[in-house]
Design a protein around this ligand. Structure first.
Ligand code: ACO
Length: 331
């Protein structure tokens, strides 16, 4: 049975860098508070007109160029985001059009910070089943246009950034390469612990002036609850997926956790007993880019940690829903 192997990852972040010092001009916060609580030093925000599907397109073009593939080589697109350009259709179709590949299927995934791993699970299953051989899996987010950039929204706004990363996966028969296992979970009892209420079809009309004024259009987060669940669920699911594959934490060359918050990633590392060289974080430069965060970090982790063909890479996610999961792949 073939396996899904990572070929390369292309990334794109907007040119505009927003430092913690810049945020202090818009809200009552400080570099010290943000760095101490989250580890974030700066993030990238789009300029008007640049959106989620365009960033995904630019990341995908880079990935295709790096691999020497043409867009026409792709059998399918899987697109993970919570910040689509429009209510519908999903950004997979806009990316399909930008890549100029009419007819190629485009699946949209909306599992927030776990979106890349939910997408990877689908890609892996398609490739194992022999349905497709070459798939583009992209995570892209434009948070900045949906944040409350005032003191009222400071607990959420300082955390998030914009960016995209696109992974190319292909079928391989090499027993020393490819995705070994993916494990996914969700607990919808916490759906409103990290969410944005509107616009939404439960409301008629879907958006009103009152909603805008009452903050319903902005993300809301029970920060401490998210923290407490993330530091339990991520180590738990990493151990579980390792056990399924008959492997141990000592076998991991590098763990790339979802870049939610540096404090969360450090707690997960301690809980799993991993050395510093076995974990990679880059939230300091990008903030939390949700569905893009794992591939954006993975693309930098491969050279930074000297990952070679056959090395074991572990990925772990936790996010809104709550959703969480982990994956293991031989590079
Ligand atoms: N700047 C300055 N002060 C702030 C800010 C800010 N940006 N945000 C909140 N505060 C204030 C609060 O108003 C509060 O003030 P008060 O004591 O006068 O009421 C004080 O700081 C402490 O607030 P808490 O919410 O208790 O702060 P906490 O120590 O819990 O840190 C944080 C908040 C960083 C959000 C923390 O709960 C956390 O890390 N949670 C995890 C959430 C997370 O990482 N989410 C990522 C997105 S979800 C995901 O990707 C999984």
């Amino acid at each position: 049975m073939p396996r899904a192997a990572f070929v390369t990852i292309g990334t794109y972040v907007p040119d505009r860098v927003v430092t913690n010092a810049e945020l202090t001009r818009y809200m009552d916060t400080s570099d010290e508070w943000i760095v101490q609580r989250t580890g974030i030093q700066e993030r990238h925000w789009v300029e008007p007109g640049l959106g989620t599907s365009e960033m995904a397109f630019r990341a995908s073009k880079r990935a295709l160029d790096q691999a020497g593939w043409k867009a026409e080589d792709l059998d399918a697109i899987v697109f993970a985001t919570l910040s689509t350009d429009h209510m519908f259709p999903g950004d997979g179709c806009f990316l399909n059009a930008k890549l100029g590949i009419p007819g190629v299927p485009a699946l949209d995934i909306r599992n927030q910070c776990s979106g890349f791993l939910y997408g990877l699970s689908v890609v892996d299953a398609w490739i194992r089943a022999g349905v497709y051989r070459k798939v583009l899996l992209v995570g892209s987010e434009t948070h900045s246009t949906g944040l409350d950039v005032s003191t009222r929204g400071r607990d959420v706004t300082v955390i998030f950034g914009d960016g995209a990363a696109a992974a190319l996966l292909e079928a391989t028969d090499d027993p020393d390469r490819g995705v070994l296992a993916v494990e996914l979970h969700a607990d919808g009892r916490h759906a409103k612990d990290l969410w944005a209420d509107a616009p939404g079809s439960i409301h008629s009309p879907r958006i009103t002036k009152e909603m805008v004024e009452s903050e319903a259009i902005f993300p809301h987060m029970e920060g401490q609850k998210v923290f407490k669940h993330a530091i339990v669920r991520m180590p738990e699911v990493v151990r579980s997926v390792l056990a399924k594959a008959g492997l141990q934490t000592s076998d991991i060359k590098v763990l790339v956790p979802h870049q939610a918050n540096l404090r969360i990633a450090e707690t997960v590392q301690r809980s799993l007993g991993l050395r510093d060289d076995q974990v990679f974080n880059n939230i300091q430069k990008y903030g939390n880019t949700t569905a893009a965060s794992i591939p954006l970090a993975l693309s930098e982790a491969i050279p930074a940690r000297g990952v070679k063909r056959g090395d074991l890479v572990a990925l772990a996610a936790f996010g809104a829903g709550f959703t969480w999961g982990a994956a293991l792949a031989r590079w």
